[in-house]
Design a protein around this ligand. Structure first.
Ligand SMILES: [Fe+2]
Length: 184
């Protein structure tokens, strides 16, 4: 069985490559990861949860959170300025990657994470995530720093690729605008 407390202990002080191995191994049994994360948040209504509400562990060098994305959820491009490891344990999380280009961004590939898949994002990664399904998707996200330290981070207007200082209210506003768009 996946033990969340032990997993967090095992992640402490490790580089992204080792964390990828750890979560990759755990995701051979996605149902066990789901059971542990469900138990962690049992009895809590996550329908209006903020990022802070979904954090299982937070320190200056490590953040572990449950990324629960509603059906058809989409984020604008944003960065973290720290490495990240994403492992999907229920549903699907599509990642689009970007690189800086002139004053904006250009797309630089993507990875659709189906249940059991893991991806590593480098410190300078810029990504947007989307749940393409008609049901909620869940992933465990591990970051090599304090995710709630927003200083120096950016979010980008998903329609113009204009860069803005990271602001959770602006990011959520872009999420709502993206989800209001007719799907292509
Ligand atoms: Fe992200």
């Amino acid at each position: 069985m996946f033990n969340l407390k032990q997993f967090i202990e095992d992640c402490k002080g490790k580089p992204a490559s080792a964390v990828k191995e750890l979560i990759g191994e755990a995701l051979h049994d996605p149902a066990s990861v789901k059971a542990a994360l469900d138990a962690e948040f049992a009895g809590r209504d996550l329908s209006k949860a903020s990022i802070a509400d979904l954090i299982c562990y937070r320190s200056p060098t490590l953040t572990v959170l449950k990324a629960a994305t509603p059906p058809k959820f989409k984020t604008p491009p944003h960065n973290h300025n720290m490495w990240a490891v994403i492992g999907t344990y229920e549903g699907q999380e599509d990642n689009t990657f970007y690189r800086r280009s002139g004053k904006g961004l250009e797309k630089a590939g993507g990875k659709d994470l189906k249940t059991g898949d893991v991806v590593v994002l480098g410190e300078d990664a810029i990504h947007a995530i989307a749940n393409p399904l008609d049901r909620a998707s869940c992933a465990i996200h591990i970051y090599g720093g304090d995710l709630l330290n927003f200083s120096g981070r950016s979010t980008w207007n998903p329609f113009t690729f204009e860069e803005h200082p990271y602001d959770i209210n602006l990011l959520m506003d872009y999420c709502r605008q993206l989800m209001a768009q007719p799907s292509a």
